[in-house]
Design a protein around this ligand. Structure first.
Ligand code: ZN
Length: 148
């Protein structure tokens, strides 16, 4: 494992141990729940969107380290973004984790998303890492799907 990969692994372990924005968000405009049957990961995503801006978002999750860390990192990236920017980040994330490992990605262009390059090493984990993101898109698409 090279230094960069080691760094990514540390970031993932840290977010798994100390997940950011973890917990329910009682006042939310958008909600969805996601499930990854292959691994048993389960995630609820809550968003508070006002005037197209993600004012706040939180998640509750039970599952493997990668699914939880990915959700945690996602929440830190999306707070304050507008909905279009959030969808754009999802597309970039998706591109990263589905790009063949043999193919070079310019990691400097990716900013904080670069941590997900490490996921490509573990194809079986791509669904774990993607769960939060797919749940996010589901929540955005189901505007009326509030839990309350
Ligand atoms: Zn998992």
């Amino acid at each position: 494992m090279n230094e960069i990969q080691e760094l990514y692994q540390q970031v993932i372990l840290d977010h798994n141990k100390n997940p950011r924005n973890f917990g329910e968000l009682p006042q939310h405009s958008h909600y969805a729940e996601g499930h990854n049957p292959l691994c048993g990961d389960h995630i609820d995503v809550y968003l508070d969107i006002e005037n197209d801006i993600i004012k706040d978002l939180r998640f509750v999750g039970a599952g493997c380290a990668i699914s939880k860390a990915s959700a945690s990192i996602m929440t830190t990236l999306l707070k304050g973004k507008n909905v279009a920017e959030a969808r754009e980040l999802f597309h970039e994330f998706h591109k990263i984790v589905t790009t063949d490992i043999q193919q070079n990605i310019d990691e400097l262009d990716l900013g904080k998303l670069a941590v997900f390059c490490g996921v490509r090493e573990f194809p079986a984990r791509v669904k774990c890492a993607s769960l939060a993101w797919h749940t996010l898109i589901q929540a955005l698409d189901n505007a009326q799907n509030s839990k309350n």
